[in-house]
Design a protein around this ligand. Structure first.
Ligand SMILES: Cc1cc2nc3c(=O)[nH]c(=O)nc-3n(C[C@H](O)[C@H](O)[C@H](O)COP(=O)(O)OP(=O)(O)OC[C@H]3O[C@@H](n4cnc5c(N)ncnc54)[C@H](O)[C@@H]3O)c2cc1C
Length: 383
């Protein structure tokens, strides 16, 4: 018999959630991470993450995000830590643009509370934003901000409390399937066996995926924090909504309010990224990259554009269609892949963990994740 029922490789957002769910269901779980999570080397750092319901990327995400809200609330209760602040959210752009029209489609399809705000109403309620002719905003009252480092720590604490053994600073070097249908995993510290394997290595996934798996794009993204401009109008900095704005040139600028006074508003371009090499640390944010965010803020959200306070980089790991990858490995059903959240997966973490645990234990899940299959990527990849 293997020493463990399941080994989880990578304990960031996806892996910590999966380890927690597996251990909570009574499995003997070993979680391994190359660093000491929560850390700032991968994709789950930077103090804040958006959570929203009127999902412009597709109405099929809405049941998943509604499930995630419930799980975040239960995690807050179980851990006694504040993880989620409801701020409301603005999805801004041209009426026929993907952000606004996609949000509206999701809100209508799932009967979500929302309002459409034209330029005059925006000026009255959210004077920090300037709208051009033909632009509008969808306001959703239940959008908010998650604290990613605290959330990963809370999920790891729940996993450990449920009996999972978590080993940090122990990179997984490789793994093989055993003749008995389990797995043998080689780490920097030795070899360990289990009945099941969950691969949740984020931007390092390519290093532990078998050859022939569809490629995942790993990219570096720059985020920056800005103070309030002198004499700023509008609500106080901590009372702002989250917002995503599709600019006329196609860039998607987004912002999150500060969670702690003085921390600053966080802003970044969702779709301005550079390739990342996971074998070395990413290049720090460059002055030109920060100037681009600053310029866009001044032009489109002048009430928010104060002095630059800080900057960071973070990694997106994306599939070819920007949807997630949560599936069992073809031909090796004891191996579950849970990754490639394509820059928008944090909000779903506890639901992703539950789905991955279902796949690892039962081979299927009632959660609607059929759109995240490996097969759809393999077909597109020609393999
Ligand atoms: C700047 C930025 C902003 C974002 N904003 C949002 C947002 O507002 N809302 C939202 O929902 N999502 C957002 N996302 C996306 C979201 O944060 C990610 O989808 C999510 O954090 C990815 O989690 P992960 O577990 O896949 O990766 P990670 O959290 O990076 O975890 C992977 C883990 O695997 C470990 N690991 C890797 N290789 C090995 C190995 N060989 N052996 C052992 N351990 C290993 C790593 O150390 C790491 O801890 C954002 C992402 C970025 C970068």
């Amino acid at each position: 018999m293997s020493a463990y029922d399941a080994i989880v490789v990578g304990l960031g957002a996806a892996g910590s959630a999966t380890a927690w769910q597996l251990a909570a269901r009574g499995l003997r779980v070993l979680g391994l991470d190359r660093f000491r999570p929560p850390h700032d080397h991968g994709s789950s750092h930077g103090r804040s993450r958006i959570i929203r319901q009127a999902y412009w990327e597709g109405p099929s995400y809405v049941p998943l995000v509604l499930d995630a809200y419930e799980r975040w609330h239960r995690l807050e209760q179980a851990s006694g830590v504040d993880l989620l602040r409801i701020t409301g959210g603005l999805m801004i752009g041209p009426a026929d643009g993907a952000v606004l029209s996609g949000s509206l489609a999701s809100a209508r399809a799932h009967n979500l509370p929302h309002e459409i705000l034209e330029a005059a109403e925006m000026r009255r309620r959210f004077p920090d934003f300037v709208l051009a002719a033909g632009e509008a905003a969808l306001f959703e009252p239940l959008a908010g901000v998650l604290r990613p480092e605290a959330a990963v720590a809370a999920m790891l604490a729940r996993a450990a409390a449920a009996g999972a053994l978590l080993r940090f600073e122990e990179p997984v070097l490789d793994w093989t399937a055993t003749a008995e249908g389990g797995v043998r995993v080689r780490t920097a510290a030795g070899t360990v066996e289990a009945a099941r394997l969950v691969l949740a290595a984020g931007s390092w996934m390519a290093q532990i995926l078998p050859r022939g798996c569809p490629q995942l794009a790993v990219e570096r993204l720059v985020v920056a924090w800005f103070g309030r401009p002198a004499g700023a109008s509008g609500a106080g900095a901590t009372a702002q909504p989250i917002w995503i704005r599709q600019l006329p040139d196609g860039r998607e600028l987004y912002g999150l309010p500060e969670l702690e006074p003085g921390e600053g508003l966080k802003a970044a371009f969702h779709n301005v990224r550079t390739p990342s090499d996971t074998t070395v640390a990413d290049q720090p944010a460059q002055p030109t990259e920060l100037a681009a965010i600053d310029d866009a803020l001044r032009r489109y959200c002048p009430g928010l554009a104060g002095p630059l306070l800080a900057a960071a980089t973070c990694r997106y790991t994306s599939t070819a269609d920007s949807h997630f990858l949560i599936d069992r490995l073809e031909g090796q059903p004891q191996v579950v892949l849970v990754s490639a959240c394509s820059g928008h997966g944090f909000k779903f973490a506890p639901t992703i963990g539950a789905a991955a645990a279902d796949l690892a234990i039962k081979g299927q899940t009632d959660l609607p994740i059929s759109g995240f299959s490996l097969a759809r990527l393999s077909a597109a990849h020609g393999g």
